[in-house]
Design a binder for this molecule. Sequence first.
Ligand SMILES: C[S@@+](CC[C@H](N)C(=O)[O-])C[C@H]1O[C@@H](n2cnc3c(N)ncnc32)[C@H](O)[C@@H]1O
Length: 249
Amino acid sequence: MDMRFSVVTIFPDMIEAFKKFGVVAQAIAEGIIEVNVYNLRDFTTDKHRVVDDYPFGGGPGMVMKAEPFFRFYDFYLKEFGKPYVVLTSPQGRIFDNEKAMELSQKKDVVIFCGRYEGIDERVMDIVDEEISIGDYVLTGGELAAMVIVDATSRFVPGVVDEESVKRESFMKDLLDHPVYTRPRNVRGKSVPEVLLSGDHERIEVWRRKESMKKTILKRPDLFLKKESFDRIDKLSIIELFRELIKSAQ
Ligand SMILES: C[S@@+](CC[C@H](N)C(=O)[O-])C[C@H]1O[C@@H](n2cnc3c(N)ncnc32)[C@H](O)[C@@H]1O
């Protein structure tokens, strides 16, 4: 096992369902990643397994109690040693590809899912980092945890084909190129001829050119971040200019 994720939640079934599908399920079956799910209620001590209480100072909603999280943490330290603890929170740093890549180096990541009005602030003592999946407020951290596990596990070697990880959107600060599959003609639209040419360099240059076009049009901010231009990048810029000049003639 190369990477262990442990998700702490009051809705374990949400994460258990996520574990059953697609690439994540396959990576678990192959023993490359582990996705453990812990029910926070198992770390309570009262008969009713209560995980929330009223906020001190008043106000709406409930707050998740600190003690079950601390009890979970003590258990985890004994069982596996010190993990990297992520708290899902709209107040955290926005999750992106870079963060996913960085987390994939941690090997042992615990993710706390909040609910209600959030988690008692004292839990921050055992949190290494707060992560948000976007500037909106979810009703709970489970969707965020799934996003984090999904995107991070793609960077664990062996989970997906390494060539496709390198090619995908955001790598090299470019969006991915368009893709096509059989048949060659669909409703009068045919596949770009170059993809049928068998000429690997031409195909590579065409794909990079299309990536550049998409990025410049859809995400100019991303393109502005691009600092290095390799040979294929340069050839594709030449192609792009040729295409523009031709279409203007
Ligand atoms: C209703 S929210 C609490 C929001 C909190 N009162 C605030 O405004 O910061 C409940 C839980 O959902 C999760 N959550 C909500 N929005 C999120 C986001 N954008 N990214 C990651 N987790 C989020 C967090 O775990 C949070 O504790």
